[in-house]
Design a protein around this ligand. Structure first.
Ligand code: HAM
Length: 430
């Protein structure tokens, strides 16, 4: 036999029954998004590489080290190929779509959500994959529609708290910071540059380069030996102007009023360049080193930096892989098992079994159909192994009388029910 082909490093198959938890999560979040008036957007997985260079930023780890990018074959010899990338995140794609489709012409704020795969060439480990999934949302719009309001930040954060609570995730921590506006960031960068001048030679090669090109990114460094120096650097909150300070205060005031707990983390700057003002992460102790379930923040200048109109925005992305992992480790959502195993009794019962299965499925009852080659005892054993909650025996007597034996495979109790009463006996009461 030839050598078997394996899934690409950092990618994996999501299999049943785990996919039940993924579906549970997606059903809950879609319902929460509906209640908060968010609407789905689907953008391509493949984008122009420049999109990420100009938004996430060339000096970020994501763009400088982790992109799956390549030059697409040129159509003619005289032409150059276009540089394409698998999206490492979805905010840039959503803002590109906002600009390209002139969505600012639509009234009010645009409130989008997305669920889909993202790609980063990171070193795979628990909770970190090269193909991973994000559930995200973005609120974008012209300033005249109120897109800069701190009320929007607070609403997004309150929705996230609701979402995690609804999913049954406990003990999450909301870490909050303000990274200021572009001018504040520039002053902060200058202060960092000055503070780094005498110490940067002791740091790693990446930090030495970043101290010149984009000092803020020094704060993302994970090299243990560099951490004491990073700890001693100035903090972003010392550089906020009055407007940003007041904005941040209002966000905190609303959150406190609606009862969403948070922790201020002055070191939180996020690993992407487009952020302004509010920046946040939700962490969970159960996740180990990769403890951020989600991250997000404001990006008031992103649309303009991609050639669009002024369109401040705020959003977040949840790492769905990590969310599912947390649920499995803590809440342990029980995958709903199949309602009924139909056990046809005797030859010729396949037709009746198929007919009954069709009727029941139309009533939203989930059904596995056995075949008529089984004896009753063996059939019931098979039914139990499938995890079905009930076995329904379908023999000639049952068909002619319209009365069926319904056996609860958990308790062993058996009752006789009329055909039209089967759904109400097996479905959970509404
Ligand atoms: P991010 O912090 O880069 O933000 O990613 C958000 C979340 O995606 C992380 O908190 C984590 O849960 C998950 N994640 C990231 N990388 C991986 C990986 N390799 N494997 C598994 N999970 C991962 C963004 O992507 C921004 N676009 C969020 C945003 C939306 N900001 C504003 N709007």
């Amino acid at each position: 036999m030839a050598g078997s082909i394996k899934a690409v490093r950092g990618t994996r198959d999501l299999l049943p029954p785990e996919t039940e938890t993924w579906n549970f999560v997606e059903a809950v979040v879609r319902e929460v998004f509906r209640v908060y008036n968010f609407h789905e957007i689907r953008t391509p997985i493949l984008e122009d590489l420049q999109l990420f260079q100009r938004s996430v930023g060339e000096e970020t780890d994501i763009v400088s080290k982790e992109m799956f990018a390549w030059e697409d074959r040129a159509r003619a010899q005289s032409e150059k190929g276009q540089w394409l990338a698998l999206r490492p995140e979805n905010t840039a794609g959503v803002v590109r779509a906002y600009i390209e489709n002139k969505l600012w012409e639509r009234p009010g704020l645009q409130r989008f959500y997305y669920i889909g795969p993202q790609f980063r060439r990171e070193r795979p480990q628990k909770g970190r994959y090269r193909q991973f999934y994000q559930i995200g949302a973005e609120v974008i719009g012209p300033p005249t529609a109120g897109s800069e309001s701190p009320a929007v930040d607070a609403e997004v954060l309150e929705m996230l708290a609701t979402l995690l609570d609804r999913l049954g995730i406990q003990h999450w921590i909301l870490e909050l910071n303000s990274v200021g506006c572009a001018a504040d960031r520039q002053r902060f960068n200058e202060a960092l540059r000055a503070a780094l001048k005498d110490v940067v030679h002791k740091m790693c090669a990446d930090c030495q380069r970043r101290a010149v090109t984009n000092p803020l990114r020094v704060l993302d460094c994970k090299v243990p030996e560099d951490q004491p120096i990073i700890e001693s650097l100035p903090k972003m909150n010392e550089f906020l102007d009055e407007g940003c300070r007041a904005h941040f205060e209002e966000v905190r005031k609303i959150l406190t009023a609606v009862g969403v707990p948070f922790k201020i983390n002055n070191r939180l700057v996020r690993g992407l360049d487009y952020y302004t003002r509010t920046a946040f992460e939700f962490t969970h102790g159960g996740l180990g080193a990769q403890n951020a379930i989600l991250g997000g923040g404001r990006y008031d200048g992103l649309s303009e930096s991609l050639g669009g109109p002024a369109a401040p925005g705020i959003g977040f992305a949840i790492g769905e892989d990590r969310l599912v992992m947390t649920l499995q480790e803590t809440a342990g959502t029980a995958a709903r098992s199949v309602d009924i195993y139909i056990a046809p009794l005797g030859t010729g019962m396949n037709v009746e079994a198929a007919r009954l299965a069709r009727e029941l499925r139309r009533e939203s009852v989930s059904v596995i159909v056995g075949d008529d080659s089984f004896r009753l005892k063996k059939s019931l054993e098979t039914a139990s192994k499938t995890g079905a909650r009930y076995a329904l025996i379908v023999g000639e007597n049952e068909i002619s009388s319209g009365q069926f034996a319904l056996k609860n495979l958990g308790t062993g109790e058996q009752i006789t029910v009329a055909r039209n009463e089967i759904p109400s006996k097996v479905l959970p009461a509404k």
